[in-house]
Design a protein around this ligand. Structure first.
Ligand code: PLP
Length: 452
């Protein structure tokens, strides 16, 4: 930090403050974790200075032998860990991984004479007519994914993301009574909509998805099953999700981030079968620029860590902790979407405390508990204010907290939420954004949170 401070002290201070913040608070954001020192060190080095567009052994730049090594090692660990035929470790993030996958499926599945000529090296040969034909052939394809309020992700065909502009999208939700995925409804929607891509995977669904059934549905309507396992990749790696709940044997293409439950560096990855491998490898330069060799090195280290027996124990403890936290909250009267959890996350319906998600998120943050607000199914408060708080246990589990501590965390969350009331606007109207937390509670809870 001293080296950085000599050049730009504000950045050094922010890094130092971030370490303090992360140590002093309880990190319950379901998509965050703490990468190991080995992963962090693999990212901060000279590999960062290298350009390496292309794929292993076929680069557009000279001098890539060391990048070839780290990319090969990362891909090898990914294949072995997940039992995948092919792994592509270049995507810079989860969104990028999904873009690579969309392109690969479009390129492999959509018949387009223009596209036949659009291989990476011939792209400059395309005429204006070819380009027009390409756009016509690839445009207007259909994608079926989980709705946002049921826990789906923006990249699964929603308007604020390019996927919603590239594809005609339809969503499947969850059963309004149980909150669970209704496979008959997914099948009915697939039969009617006939998507090119059926996407499974989520950011905020607290239960398991049966990928065998999803593949049957995809096959029935001629769709490619793509699973975005960004959130639960660590549980797949740790063999907590196996059989019907492991997406890799069932989906033709699987995408993930590497920084959530998988506990690696911030980045993305694509796993696929042989039929899509060539197209996936064209991710750069089709939708990605030069890969980040230092991040691929950190992915290799994280994947090697995830292949160690201790990672299985870690993955199991994530789920044990998640269940313990959910049970602790339920015992104290909290309402949880679907009534509990089977994975690493749970969704508290904070309308039970008379709050919006935004109010609850702010009150918890003030008390040293970092969460994020999240829409719940049929959310009356929409995606901005929301009625939910999403909580997840990958980070606290990395810190070594166990089920006994989870009960205490549940106690702290319940204390804050039950001592918070909605605030008012300047003109005295009820506000969905502001909150009032009883005096002294924030300090008391933050102190207990810091001791955990
Ligand atoms: N897919 C899912 C299911 C996610 O939850 C997320 C991130 O929250 C992403 C993709 C995007 O990942 P990134 O933020 O790395 O682009």
């Amino acid at each position: 930090l001293e080296v950085i401070r000599g050049i730009e002290p504000r950045v050094a201070d922010a890094i130092g403050a971030e370490i303090e913040d992360q140590r002093a608070s309880l990190k319950l954001i379901a998509s965050e974790n703490y990468a190991s020192p080995a992963v962090l060190l693999a990212m901060g080095n000279w590999l960062s200075d290298k350009y390496a567009e292309g794929t292993i052994g076929r680069r557009f730049y000279a001098g890539c032998r060391n990048v070839d090594t780290v990319e090969s090692v990362a891909a090898e660990h990914a294949r072995e860990l997940f039992g995948a035929r092919h792994a592509y470790v270049q995507p810079h993030s989860g969104i990028d991984a999904n873009l690579v996958a969309f392109w690969a499926v479009l390129a492999a599945r959509v018949e387009s004479p223009a596209l036949q000529r659009a291989g990476v090296r011939q792209v400059n040969d395309l005429t204006e007519e070819d380009w027009a034909a390409l756009r016509r052939d690839l445009g207007g394809q259909r994608m079926l994914g989980m709705s946002l309020d049921a826990g789906g992700h923006l990249t699964h065909g929603f308007r604020p993301n390019i996927s919603g502009k590239m594809f005609h999208q339809r969503s499947y939700g969850t059963n309004p009574e149980t909150g669970l995925v209704d496979y008959d409804a997914v099948r009915a929607a697939a039969r009617e909509f006939r998507p090119l891509i059926l996407i499974a995977g989520y950011s905020a669904y607290p239960r398991l998805v049966n990928f065998r059934v999803m593949r049957e549905i995809a096959d029935e309507v001629g769709a490619t099953l793509m699973v975005d396992m960004a959130h639960f990749a660590g549980l797949v790696a740790g063999k907590v999700l196996t059989g019907d709940f492991d997406p890799v044997p069932h989906a033709q293409i699987v995408t993930t981030t590497t920084h959530k439950s998988l506990r690696g560096p911030r980045g993305g990855m694509v796993l696929c079968d042989d039929s899509l491998a060539d197209q996936v490898d064209r991710g750069c330069p089709m939708v990605l620029g030069g890969p980040l060799p230092h991040v691929m090195a950190a992915k290799a280290v994280a994947l090697a860590e995830a292949r160690q027996p201790s990672f299985r124990d870690y993955a199991q403890r994530i789920v044990d902790n998640s269940r313990a936290l959910a049970e602790g909250l339920l015992r104290r009267g909290a309402r949880l979407v679907t009534g509990g959890t089977d994975n690493h996350l749970a969704l508290i319906d904070v309308s039970g405390y008379g709050l919006t998600g935004r109010q609850a998120e702010a009150a918890l943050l003030e008390s040293g508990i970092v969460t994020n607000r999240n829409a719940i199914p049929q959310d009356p408060n929409g995606a901005w204010y929301t009625s939910g708080i999403r909580i997840g246990t990958p980070a606290l589990t990395t810190r070594g907290l166990g089920t006994a501590e989870m009960d205490e965390v549940a106690e702290l969350i319940d204390t804050v939420l039950s001592r918070t009331t909605p605030g008012t606007t300047k003109s005295g109207q009820p506000s969905k954004a502001t909150h009032v937390l009883e005096d002294g509670i924030a300090k008391q809870v933050a102190g207990r949170a810091a001791d955990l």
